[in-house]
Ligand binder design. Sequence first.
Ligand code: AMP
Length: 450
Amino acid sequence: MAEEAEKEITTFEDFKLNRQLLNAIEEAGYEKPTPIQLKAIPVIMGGHDVMGIAQTGTGKTAAFLLPILMKVKYAQGDNPRAVILAPTRELAMQIEENITLLAKYTDLRHTAIYGGLGPKTQIETINKGIDILVATPKRLMELYIKGELILKEIKTLVLDEADKMMDMGFMPQIRQLLEVLPRKRQNLLFSATMHPKVVELSEEFLEFPTRIEVTPQATPVETVSQVLYQVPNLRTKIAMLEYLIRDRETFNRVIIFTRSKKNAENVAKFLERREYGEVRAIHGNKGQSTRINSMEAFKGGDVRFLVATDVASRGIDVSMVSHVINFDVPFVYEDYVHRIGRTGRAEQVGAAVTFANPAEMYHIRKIEKLIRMQIPEEPLPAEVEVFETPFDEQQAIARDIDHQKRSENPDFKGAFHEKKAIPKSKPKRGKGDPKNSFWQKTKKKSSKKR
Ligand code: AMP
């Protein structure tokens, strides 16, 4: 009955976000909403206060940003209409980066203000007119008291990582802020834990909040054995994949996960050309019926390889999957758990193999934190040829590592010196997709050979 009354939300389109946002989401490479986004976005868009229990890595930032971007909509007046408070400048900068990404096709004005440097430039930016402000609590109050910030038009307040804010002793500033904000506003509180002080804070400041919780599914199925290979680049990843699957008996029913639709298509085409067995690719661009057909064929045993993006991963319920190969490391860390859960089902012993390039190793460390274990690592087998990383790919990897370092330490200047060469508006190219040049090469090579 409930199902009939409410259409199930599964895609970003289902949230009825505007075209500008949907385009930005697509360019960001988000294929489907994460669990916190599925739960929180409709409630926040409905105007309710929310108490969200979610950790970093769950997609919580976009879960509160997208409804705010819908609400604030376009540039208007001079004063901010939404404030997002963060405990540290690192987090403030990260949130601001997310806004830049998602608000790309809107005319919204936004900035992040934080301590550690003089307020002059920040004040100048604010004076030009601002719609959404990200701030650390102290700097926000400092500028307010100086008379540089007018907060009477605030309609939405977000406290992100509220538990950390409590730990860092920001309660006085938050109380002060609550005094000066308009009473009629929407409040959203996000915290990784249900710290008693957070509960106290939520009672003070939220009105009939909807509580939304996502607990990271942190324990990989015990029957799955995991192994990690550090693989320097895309071409070597292919060589390693080829090395593994030559053993047809062991690798008899394999799901290969990639980060992007393009990589999924390319890996599938590569396997097809080399005639390693039947292949199907499933990802967001494939229609529902094609996906179902592919899945059925895979289940039936006629298909040896299923190449999939994470969009497809949750629906897959197939026993007897011999191996899951993570050709790329997932962005959303919980997806690692979902991916490897596809093998080792129904008491079967399964195995998960992960390839990680130097930039992806950063995400591996985060995944290991989430699953609370170290993924056993093995050196590349001697038989696997290690190729040099082409210039484009090297740059993409260096850029990614710089980005990671900068998000952890805003003072990091970056070893990558060609930042100017990257146009701001261009979508980030996925790793392992350096202008497709490698794929082009394998195409030529294989057609010559066969
Ligand atoms: P957060 O938990 O907000 O720190 O987000 C963790 C990472 O997931 C960020 O790098 C986001 O850009 C990314 N992300 C957020 N939503 C999605 C989504 N729906 N699909 C894929 N990646 C996402």
